[in-house]
Design a protein around this ligand. Structure first.
Ligand code: HEC
Length: 493
């Protein structure tokens, strides 16, 4: 039977060849990082495919379908495994790379295998980045917005990339679709193709073995069964680790993305270093932190086999490269820790722009009844600096007609407190304040008719943003989301 198949396909011979591969120096637990990474990738593919059965990529459904996944224990477990599997995969790729660098395994004739490996690291990071947006909660939205805006720094084609991933002036359904296409189709396809190439080249060159300068040929070992056993043990440990993390620290879903709220996003841990780098460089030099430094670092990484040209792989004779590695790691760690601390500080200063996560249920209900476009109440906007500044603008310019507490004066001046127009669509409120308003209106069943002057000529963009934020979020019982000067500037034309 096996013979019959083998004669027609060659599969059995291939499998035999594969299993009898030589392992220089004998099987070793030092060789498991590559296969453990491969295993984590398989976990990601399997759980990822499962999640696509439930996830629906659009602005109306992304968060809602993720919520559905969170609300069902089995789906939630798979999602948690996918979440921690991503971290595990990045960590393992990194460890694998670290070992290759320390052992000098990138040296001739393995340069191409090395380059493919670096590309795999990049693809893995893009997978992490694109996956981060999909739940469409506050973190997803605001962290991805940072990433999308950074693409503008890419020379020449930045605007094109930004348009491609965002597709529109604001993030929405098309953005989710682009990220979804990248995350579940293009990047996994690239990943599998590159892994195939990586392994094929690996088979061609054979394993590099430990970095020893020993003229005697190393003791030969076999892949089967010793190394395969060790690889399996390592993969099992990875699986246990991922499942344990998924069980004890499942990720949590924040409220649905609300662009009108101010929010300090938290990136995935493997992007904290880049985030920190961006915060160090001054705003007008963003391109340095976003493109130049990471670009140089990646180029140096790719060129490593040509930078370290000595033929020896013995660690003792490659002090320069190992120093370089140590310093790079120190910088990465320092940036990561610094970034973590500064985000924590920012979040503590302006505790979560959004309502607490318990409100998620409420919002899900609101969504069902079709009122989700009303911004969720922002518990902290009342004390936000923008609202405070807006209060000053209000008492100087608006209180004479609308009243100090926003109660209004019939029959001309409508109340602004407890007025659903004011807490409704922020665009309309901004337009009213910019351009004024006349004609009969109805607020809470009472009629008003008067002339509201346009404020565009006399108030700055920032003052208008602040005063609208104030009347929406802090006047009387109004608790709607704030607006930003950028929102105002957009409508000012
Ligand atoms: C000179 C008096 C006056 C001042 C000052 C004034 N408003 Fe008004 N405002 C009005 C009148 C009158 C209306 C109702 C217009 C109408 O009848 O359509 C109005 C309407 C509004 C509305 C729309 C309410 C609704 O339900 O349609 C908003 C929002 C508003 N004002 C905000 C402001 C803000 C913010 C300021 C200060 C920057 C301000 N107003 C200053 C007279 C004033």
């Amino acid at each position: 039977m096996l013979n019959w198949i083998d004669r027609r396909t060659g599969f059995v011979t291939m499998a035999k060849d594969f299993l009898t591969e030589d392992v220089p120096g004998g099987a070793s637990y030092w060789y498991v990082f590559g296969s453990a990474t491969l295993f984590a990738m398989i976990v990601q593919i399997v759980t990822g495919i499962f999640l696509t059965f439930f996830y629906a990529p659009s602005a109306m459904t992304a968060w809602e379908s993720t919520k559905y996944i969170y609300d069902h224990p089995f789906q939630h477990t798979v999602l948690s495994i996918h979440y921690w599997g991503a971290s595990a995969m990045i960590a393992l790729v990194f460890l694998h790379l670290l070992q290759v660098v320390i052992w000098g395994a990138y040296k001739s004739p393995r340069e191409i295998q090395w380059i493919v490996g670096v590309l795999l690291l990049l693809v893995t990071m893009v997978l992490g980045l694109t996956g981060y947006l999909l739940p469409w909660d506050m973190d997803a939205y605001f962290a991805s917005q940072v990433a999308i805006n950074l693409t503008l720094n890419v020379p020449f084609i930045g605007g094109w990339i930004q348009q491609f991933v965002q597709d529109g002036t604001t993030m929405g359904t098309l953005t989710i679709n682009r990220f979804f296409g990248l995350h579940v189709w293009l990047m996994p396809a690239a990943l599998v193709a590159l892994v195939g190439a990586h392994l094929a080249i690996f088979r061609w060159n054979g394993p590099a073995g430990p970095p020893v300068e020993d003229p005697r040929p190393l003791r030969r070992g076999r892949f089967w069964p010793d190394q395969l056993f060790m690889d399996t043990v390592a993969s099992l440990l990875v699986l246990i680790g991922i499942v344990a993390l998924a069980t004890f620290w499942p990720p949590f879903l924040d409220v649905k993305a609300d662009p009108t709220v101010q929010f300090t996003p938290y990136p995935a841990w493997y992007f904290l270093d880049l985030f920190g780098l961006l915060n160090i460089v001054p705003g007008n030099l963003e391109i340095v932190g976003a493109i130049i430094i990471p670009g140089i670092a990646t180029t140096l990484l790719i060129l490593l086999p040509w930078i370290d040209r000595s033929t020896t792989r013995v660690t003792g004779s490659r002090k320069f490269i190992l120093w370089l590695l140590g310093v790079s790691l120190l910088i990465i760690w320092a940036l990561t820790i610094w970034s973590q601390l500064s985000i924590m500080q920012k979040q503590a200063a302006a505790p979560a722009g959004g309502p607490p996560a318990v409100a998620a249920k409420e919002q899900a209900n609101m969504t069902k009844s079709g009122t989700s476009n009303v911004s969720p109440p922002s518990a902290t906007a009342a004390v936000s600096p923008a609202a405070k500044a807006g209060q000053a603008v209000y008492s100087q310019n608006c209180s004479s007609c609308h009243g100090a507490a926003g109660a209004g004066t019939p029959p001309n001046f409508p109340p602004l407190a407890a007025n659903s127009f004011v807490t409704g669509d922020p665009k309309q409120v901004i337009l009213t304040v910019l351009n004024g308003k006349t004609g009969a209106i109805q607020v809470n069943g009472a009629n008003y008719n008067g002339m509201m002057p346009p404020w565009k000529p006399s108030l700055s963009t920032k003052d208008i943003a602040n005063v609208v934020t104030y009347i929406r979020s802090a006047l009387g019982t109004n608790r709607a989301g704030p607006v930003t000067p950028a929102d105002v500037a957009k409508l000012k034309k």
